[in-house]
Design a protein around this ligand. Structure first.
Ligand code: NI
Length: 136
């Protein structure tokens, strides 16, 4: 029997969406306010969903404390109050859109969790806009 467990987490971070090979005018036309050269912040909320078989001994899919500790270490502590473009290695050459942030979160957690789990990340950049990545 496969069950999905979910944990919600949060970090605050600054970013700027832009391409170095585009002019400021083109960056502003495509990325709007998110291309502000002086950066701006978001309150990012995300759900981590882990789907797997229930362990017959514990009755857990995954110990929630293990999930919490990994989410904090790999994502929250790693990204909170950072300038994503300047301070988070994965974005040194990757535009920090919500899509790419969800991909980076998925990749960092996939690296440390049991590979038998299906992992899905839902990242909210605003209360109304979110993206979903599940490793495809
Ligand atoms: Ni933005």
């Amino acid at each position: 029997m496969r069950v999905t467990v979910k944990r919600k987490a949060h970090f605050n971070a600054a970013h700027r969406l832009y391409r170095k090979d585009w002019s400021d005018a083109k960056n502003e036309a495509i990325f709007g306010l998110c291309s502000n050269p002086h950066y701006h912040g978001h309150n990012y909320d995300f759900w981590v969903e882990v789907t797997g078989e229930i362990d017959p001994e514990t009755g857990y899919v995954i110990d929630m404390k293990v999930l919490k500790d990994n989410v904090n270490a790999q994502v929250c502590n790693y990204m909170d109050h950072k300038n994503l473009n300047e301070q988070v290695e994965e974005f040194s050459d990757l535009n920090p859109t919500a899509e790419h942030i969800a991909f980076v979160i998925w990749t960092r957690l996939h690296k440390v969790l049991d590979k038998d789990f299906d992992l899905r990340i839902t990242l909210f950049e605003t209360e109304r806009n979110c993206v979903v990545y599940s490793g495809e």
